[in-house]
Design a protein around this ligand. Structure first.
Ligand code: C5P
Length: 243
């Protein structure tokens, strides 16, 4: 498998022009580009159209979290944009996840377009046990992640977004076909606001389907060299797994 297919680059910029430049620069090494709240709020669907036009994949990372009716309608619109993957918060509950999944199936059948993968966000990697406690949630991140991943699977979602230390547990619980997207990827010591981090190679070795590269790449002095070395690391991890 081409390591590129495991790499998602977060287009965490404000302007279309900056996003366009990142897509053009990195598309040989990145299989999917993540369009998040900042970029989508600023420039809307035209960035999705642009990425599609360049034959790259789009992960629409708007992390929908609302009542079932509202999220179902939002995922329908996302599917119509032609994204390859989108996400919703598992904390929105089983009914919301089920209805969104079913809305996605119906609209894509009706329009005869490919169904985007629908992924559930478990516990954000910026949250640790202490943050949960402060919110009045008296279980560990690990236990909550386990519950939410199982719920996502029960609802028929294609996979989850989860932190590095939970990859193996989810892979074991939810099976080989379940998509695991791992953000909070770091190479050096700098963690920013992330509390739970992992290196790209470790994430793939543990069984992540995708890693999300954000500030660790975009704020590096030599981003292109770094991306090439991550690509090689992932290639090694994938070949070791195949042995
Ligand atoms: O911290 P970093 O810059 O690496 O974050 C990369 C991206 O991953 C951000 O766009 C953030 O929204 C996303 N993210 C996520 N789920 C998390 C943590 C980060 O989708 N649990």
């Amino acid at each position: 498998m081409d390591p590129k297919e495991s790499i998602i680059l977060a287009l965490d910029v404000e302007h279309f022009e900056d996003a366009r430049r990142l897509v053009m620069e990195y598309r040989d090494y990145v299989g999917m580009f993540k369009v998040g709240k900042q970029l989508f709020t600023h420039c809307g669907p035209k960035i999705v159209d642009f990425i599609n036009m360049k034959d790259s994949k789009v992960f629409l990372d708007l992390k929908y979290h609302d009542i079932p009716n509202t999220v179902s309608k939002a995922v329908i619109e996302a599917a119509k944009l032609g994204v390859d993957m989108l996400n919703i918060h598992t904390a929105g509950g089983l009914t919301m996840m089920r209805e969104s999944r079913s809305a996605l199936t119906s609209i894509t059948k009706k329009l005869q377009i490919p169904r985007p993968k629908i992924i559930g966000v478990t516990v954000l990697t910026s949250i640790d046990d202490n943050e949960l406690k402060v919110m009045g949630i008296d279980i560990t991140v690990k236990k909550l992640t386990k519950n939410l991943a199982l719920l996502a699977k029960e609802a028929g979602l294609d996979g989850v977004v989860a932190g590095g230390e939970d990859i193996e547990m989810i892979r074991e619980l939810c099976g080989d076909d379940f998509v695991i997207v791992t953000p909070g990827v770091r190479i050096g010591e700098k963690k920013d606001d992330q509390k739970r981090t992992i290196t790209p190679k470790e994430a793939i070795e543990k069984g992540a389907t995708y890693i999300v590269l954000g500030r660790t790449l975009l704020e590096n002095q030599e981003p292109f060299l770094l991306l090439q070395s991550i690509y090689k690391d992932i290639l090694n991890a994938l070949s070791e797994k195949q042995r």
